[in-house]
Design a protein around this ligand. Structure first.
Ligand SMILES: [Zn+2]
Ligand SMILES: [Zn+2]
Length: 293
């Protein structure tokens, strides 16, 4: 056999550069939002934010309906979502939604464009309904990118190679070779692109990284098992970078096979708070939860 590629330095292999080139971009399942809703309901049981997670599940079900219907502009998609959700929304959200729908088409499109980039008014009359605009945009982007050919992933892209969207969370899965592999799920089109397993998406640092997870109060960490490095890790973690102080949620299907990036991210917002208090800023966002000022 003639080798056609040079052997990479150990650090580069650890950071995932070599295997990435052969990993494809992944399409989301066609019933993504239905699955997300089911996982949210599962996580809501005995969760401190049960009502919030159940409301998100209802929104996800409507996102699935939007995704399965015809392509709509942001305004029409938001109107459809508003109609379906009207009886269930808390009154401050409904008032904010009315204000959002009162904007003219150009103003709403400008706001949608800002939201795609994670840039939005973090207070004021429109703020409470912005997650609904995010939900409408996410359902439409997922539908529209699904109909295009998949791009070849480049190594370590910080934004989605399909639509340019920001990351929502990363997901660890077991690859065909049996090794863990990591993809980042796009906050907008829900496609997932491959990244290094231990590497900051913000700056490429692969050395000074910390992992935060939540453990029950009476939890005693077992001795680390180096043969099975994921055995003692949380299903929901934050990867925090000591270089750029960026933080990315990581959801492990190795730990929890039922996990789903969007749902498990919403159920672990406490981790974002912890990381924020420790000085780390989230890379990307989840459209269903937009932090205010
Ligand atoms: Zn995307
Ligand atoms: Zn970094």
């Amino acid at each position: 056999m003639t080798p056609t590629q040079p052997i990479l330095p150990a650090e580069q292999i650890l950071a995932g550069d070599a295997p990435l080139m052969s990993l494809p971009v992944l399409r989301p399942p066609s019933d993504l939002f239905t699955r997300r809703a089911a996982r949210l309901r599962q996580l809501a049981d005995s969760h401190a934010m049960a009502d919030f997670l159940r409301l998100c599940a209802v929104i996800c079900e409507q996102q699935q309906a939007l995704h399965d219907a015809s392509q709509l502009d942001p305004r029409a998609a938001l109107e459809k979502l508003a109609q379906a959700l009207a009886p269930q929304l808390p009154s401050p959200v409904q008032a904010s939604l009315d204000a959002l729908l009162a904007l003219d088409a150009a103003a709403l499109s400008r706001l949608a464009e800002r939201l795609l980039n994670g840039d939005y008014p973090a207070d004021g009359p429109l703020f409470a309904a912005l997650p609904l605009l995010g939900a409408a945009l996410q359902a439409q982007a997922t539908r529209s990118i699904r109909q295009r050919p998949l791009p070849e992933p480049q190594s370590q892209e910080a934004r989605c190679p399909c639509c340019g969207g920001l990351p929502l969370a990363s997901v660890l899965t077991r690859g065909d070779s049996g090794h863990a592999q990591r993809h980042v799920v796009c906050s907008m089109c829900s496609h997932a692109w491959p990244v290094g397993r231990v590497r900051c998406l913000g700056c490429g640092n692969s050395r000074d990284l910390r992992y935060y997870s939540l453990a029950p109060q009476d939890y005693e960490a077992p001795e680390p098992d180096h043969q099975r490095p994921h055995q003692t890790r949380g299903a929901q973690e934050v990867e925090a970078c000591g270089e750029c102080h960026g933080a990315l949620k990581q959801v492990s299907l190795l730990q929890a096979p039922d996990a789903e990036a969007g749902a498990d991210d919403l159920a672990s917002l406490a981790l974002d708070l912890l990381a924020g208090e420790a000085g780390y800023a989230r890379l990307g966002f989840n459209p269903l939860f937009l932090p205010g000022t």
